[in-house]
Design a protein around this ligand. Sequence first.
Ligand code: ATP
Ligand code: MG
Length: 336
Amino acid sequence: MKTILTGIRANSELTLGNYLGALLPMVRLANKYSDEMNVNIFVPDLHSIIADIDGDLQKNIVRTIKYYLAAGLKVTPNVHIYRQSYVPAHSELCWILNCITTMGEASRMTQYKEKSEGRDSCNVGIFDYPILMASDILLYSAEYVPIGEDQFQHIELTRNLAMRFNNRFGEIFTVPVKTAEQVKFMGISDGIRIRDLLNPEKKMSKSTLAENSKIMLDDSPELATKKIMSATTDSLGKIKFDMFNQPGISNLLVTDALVTDTPLQDVIATWAGETRYGELKKKVGMDVAEMLREFQSKLTGISDDEIYALFDLGEKYANEVAGAKLREVQKSVGLR
Ligand code: ATP
Ligand code: MG
């Protein structure tokens, strides 16, 4: 059986952008395939500690999985939910892969370059993180790893390490499919990019300081509506989908399509010829509020115990699968 693998770091509260661009598409994909594939959903808690953690990491870990459930994830027997740090094989394989990775290729990772900004004070975890990510994937022979564009380079690195290892030590790893095929599998032509509400040329990011630039998943529905009402638009006076000239308006149309699960073309058609931005904002504000209300009410209905029970089951499975793969690796390099 094939495997899909995904994880979202639990460092802080997520934005509406994270929800619409990462969480929801993943939940839809999982629900679509979990009859015929393994769906591994893990909390990369070891990845979390390379950066600042906002709040309590333990709470954030549990909350992250609650988000999947509140977003509609169906937990079938093929869905495996686990914490990375509860499966020691991840760290162990990372060490072995470190030893076949060159400084050159790890240094070329754009995320590392951006996050370190050449500072000597940057921690080694930030440098090594793509190799831990390769371990996360290869231990489970995952072919599909639905990710954003910002992670494509890490998938290519994972593929290179798997092929290099297989060449030297025998056919041990399943090589994940190329990024172009990953995108096809996800079923989205262009990545979804929800824009910053105040500066719609940029994408919405949780690390942006201005509160009104982003909608957080724990914002009250009223606050979210207010933020939409104060979103930056333009002075062209027509409601048209044109990301280049009217990014603010286009972002509102995209957001509405996603929160109401309506094809974007239909939303665009509804507003064709309209000129009143206030009306559009009101509608989007209402729809986002409605989505949040439903999401938050589902969230409060999920207990911590429920999540810990899922971890228990998932970690048993993960340790078996990952442990067996690690053993193969150890044997092939002569450690066993
Ligand atoms: P940070 O500011 O810390 O980089 P972020 O909001 O960009 O936070 P990430 O942790 O980098 O979030 O990404 C988590 C996931 O959310 C990734 O899959 C990423 O592609 C997706 N994502 C992030 N921002 C958006 C957005 N504005 N629209 C759609 N998807 C997004
Ligand atoms: Mg980011």
